[in-house]
Design a binder for this molecule. Sequence first.
Ligand SMILES: Nc1ncnc2c1ncn2[C@@H]1O[C@H](COP(=O)(O)OP(=O)(O)O)[C@@H](O)[C@H]1O
Ligand SMILES: [Mg+2]
Length: 547
Amino acid sequence: MNAKSNPIVIRPDTKIGNIAAENDDEFLFNCFVDHPALASVLDTTSPQMLVSGRTGSGKTAIIRMVEHQKDHVDKIDLHELALNYIANSDIIRFLNALDIDLDLFFQALWKHVLCIEFIRMRFSVKNADDSRGIFSRIREAFSKNDRKNSAIKYLENWEDKFWITMDTNIREITSKLESQIGASLGLEVEKFKANAGYSRTLSAEKRAEVTSRAKKIVNADQLTELSKVLDLLAEYDQGDKFRQFYILIDRLDEKWVDESIRFSLIRALIECLKSFRKIPSLKIAVAMRADVLERVIQESKDLGFQREKYDDYFLRIVWKKDQLKQLVEKRVNFLYRRKYTSENIHFGDVFSTNVGRREPFDYMVERTLYRPRDIISFVNLCLTQAQGNSQVTARDIRAAEGEYSRIRLQALEEEWRSALPSLAVAVRKFAKHGVRFTLGSVSTKDFVEDLVIDIAGIECPPCDLIANECAAYLKNQTIPHLLRIAKMVTCELYRIGAIGIKTGAQERFIYAYQDTPVVSVEMVDTDTRIHIHPMLHRALNLAEQKV
Ligand SMILES: Nc1ncnc2c1ncn2[C@@H]1O[C@H](COP(=O)(O)OP(=O)(O)O)[C@@H](O)[C@H]1O
Ligand SMILES: [Mg+2]
């Protein structure tokens, strides 16, 4: 069917799906694009367990597809866990006030609950009887193996609890720590509860004594025992190559626990995941927004958390243009088939007129960061614009672009609000220079000082390096600082996708979503050219480019 013979009128509710995979069942499952990330997550032998991607890149889609396709899947809802119980615990706050590193405790906590969760799913444990039965089976299997003694002993403490929910498990583990600390340092905890400034009142000696007693309790022993439990489970499952089990965790970026411990908990989770690779039938997959991961890495640098150590575990979701085209094609086709016709309608049948000299899809995809959510949202806005007609015209696309661009700018600011709040200011300032300009033009004293003053007026976390640099400039104003700030802002705006850069006359413009994801300050200089990403032009009132 060609454009002229497609007489179907676009109605107000015509959409190619919802922009979040949680609410997109019909289109997601009927029009799934087989992204290679799915195969990696399904593969229990692949180390890739941290599914990272920008917001809207399809993390939840992958998680949901695994759930849809496999039988033994356990999806953990962080919101339902007793993690605020930890955040509100007096004992935990007491340890925090003393600067005791809770990382070991948090790692043990995750490792323990994930272990029990695996046992529950693996052996279909439904009640205390099942639980004891399974424990006896495991004990028997290793009765002649002395090296497994400590693992058996560990499991014995939980022998009737393999069926208990993760939530209850978290409470149990935490209250165990609470009672141990209570027994050893009860009096100090009482003083802490009574006096907000408690830790400041301690003499150096007293502090050292309290800290050392607490550290004896929060130590690596439980982690060592748990490692042995994992070895045991791995050995038990050696023969069974055919059954596969999945534990899936999504929505780490949401507010499932108080900020005070959220990043420590995420870091501990990442640290402990590796050890589960020992179990050949189990795959744990954790979906995490790239910016959240970034903040965890930034905040953990002094704790020896190195990105390279984790490279093998990361699965970055990246989309190519033809995959996005396929995504849109499938959805348009499905929409028309379901609603209106048994004929094959293509994207080009509905979006049939060029925008300037660009094909409609090319024009639209150039205004995205190559993420499914961006293009679905743009197409939906175009369809709304064209309601009552049977075609989406170039005019509709341009009209929809205004709204689309505002949504993209807002989403970008939202996405980076927690890790880099200074960027929202920076992007608007940069845009005052037009669509394309050189780094030199944004490193002048006037420009940078204006930026510094505005950034100083907003609250920024320690991980916002631009804000730090601006604060440093306010204290000690030097010329090299000016250039450094301009370079840093350029690199960060590049990283989030707000700009592309061109580092030499012979080079082309590069963008984070399709070229190198980060550039360092050494790579840019005053003659580096900057291009504001086209998706932001309308929102930032930048003149339309000739296309
Ligand atoms: N592989 C895919 N096939 C089809 N649709 C997809 C695919 N990946 C993502 N989508 C769609 O793109 C949108 C954004 O994906 P989502 O999983 O919600 O992103 P994220 O969780 O990374 O923020 C949703 O509408 C989702 O259904
Ligand atoms: Mg999601």
